[in-house]
Design a protein around this ligand. Structure first.
Ligand code: ADP
Length: 161
């Protein structure tokens, strides 16, 4: 049974993340979406909200599990016996940051492989930061997030619509 982890902050999950996770779940026996607790970034959505949004998005897909974690991704992998990390790439801008993380992880833990999936063309311009920017300006995020997320955000953060 080959398991991979798809780590990130998912603040909030977008259609871009969703597509990457679905494609990765077709490659591996099990995909764990791991939401980092300790990231330095200030998040718009609480950890509980981010967990719930991702869980709802993949509620029908048994191969995808959702957890939160604290500390280094490589330590989470070692503790849970996971050898594969999946990340998404949108553009050469992602490449700069993503290769730095993957190289650091490789130096710390050579046995762990990072695999990159290139985003689907329609999601190149989709990011959590754009969704947050649209939200604070009371715009329409329906093209950017899964429907279940749209409905939950309307209920929980209705004041920003
Ligand atoms: P970060 O960990 O930088 O906060 P996110 O949590 O938003 O990034 O995303 C986690 C992973 O998903 C990263 O590898 C990021 O490049 C990727 N990703 C984000 N948005 C998209 C998208 N629209 N298409 C493909 N991959 C994406």
């Amino acid at each position: 049974m080959v398991t991979a982890i798809y780590p990130g902050s998912f603040d909030p999950i977008t259609k871009g993340h969703q597509a990457i996770a679905l494609r990765a779940s077709n490659i591996f026996d099990c995909l764990i979406i791991a939401i980092g607790k300790n990231m330095e970034k200030r998040c718009m959505f609480s950890l509980e909200e981010r967990l719930l949004l991702v869980q709802k998005t993949f509620a029908d897909i048994q191969k995808i599990k959702v957890v939160s974690y604290e500390g280094l991704t490589v330590d989470f992998c070692k503790t849970n016996n996971i050898r594969y990390v999946v990340r998404g790439l949108r553009s050469d801008m992602d490449w700069g940051a993503e290769s730095a993380i993957a190289h650091a992880n490789k130096l710390m833990s050579p046995e762990i492989e990072t695999l990159f999936l290139l985003t689907e063309p329609q999601y190149t311009g989709v990011s959590s930061s754009i969704v947050r920017e649209i939200l604070v300006n009371r715009g329409d995020i329906s093209a950017f997030v899964p429907d279940v997320v749209l409905n939950m955000i309307k209920n929980t953060h209705g004041d920003v619509f």
